[in-house]
Write a protein of this length. Structure first.
Length: 174
């Protein structure tokens, strides 16, 4: 219903949020079936950007920009601490080898699933799961090196970053 007052039109059909809490960058968990050891060691994850191409529509006075027909999802980057047994690092390393360039048939057959689904669970200010960002058909593209350095004065635990490609992601409230 619209209420007209003088020349101002107020749209009363729109709803205003009841939750005035800000989204914290500290409250998240990452879950992936193919690499379960990543969950407890995740340090940072960036929700990838999404964009659409534009199409220029010919016009006698110039081209008009119009929305396109393709959505592009940027790669998903995840940074994690490497556990002492290197289990989480080796999960990604072995997955990359098996889909990229196996040296033996056993390496190729060692990984039953070449793709995996994964999710970022975004937590509320009370640390309860609130939103799920679900990635479909993920696979790793790259894994950063591990830098060992005996000259450090304080222990800085090793971290690695993995870059994933995926088919798409969706966002849902839990």
């Amino acid at each position: 219903m619209a209420v007209i007052t003088n020349t101002f039109v107020e749209d009363t059909s729109a709803t205003v949020t009841d939750n005035i809490n800000f989204l914290s960058p500290l409250g998240f968990r990452f879950i992936m079936n193919r690499a379960p050891n990543l969950e407890y060691f995740c340090q940072a994850a960036a929700l990838p950007s999404i964009s659409m191409n534009e199409i220029l529509q010919p016009n006698p006075v110039g081209a008009l920009p119009r929305f396109g027909d393709r959505i592009t999802y940027e790669p998903f980057n995840l940074r994690f601490r490497v556990d002492e047994d290197m289990n989480n690092y080796l999960e990604i390393h072995n997955w990359l080898i098996s889909i990229g360039h196996p040296e033996k048939l056993a390496q190729f057959n060692d990984v039953p699933e070449k793709l995996s689904d994964g999710s970022i669970l975004i937590l509320t200010s009370n640390s309860n799961p609130h939103i799920r960002v679900a990635f479909e058909d993920m696979f790793p593209l790259s894994l950063t090196p591990l830098q060992f350095d005996v000259t450090q004065t304080d222990i800085e635990y090793l971290e690695a970053e993995v870059v994933f490609r995926y088919r798409k992601f969706s966002i849902e409230r839990l």
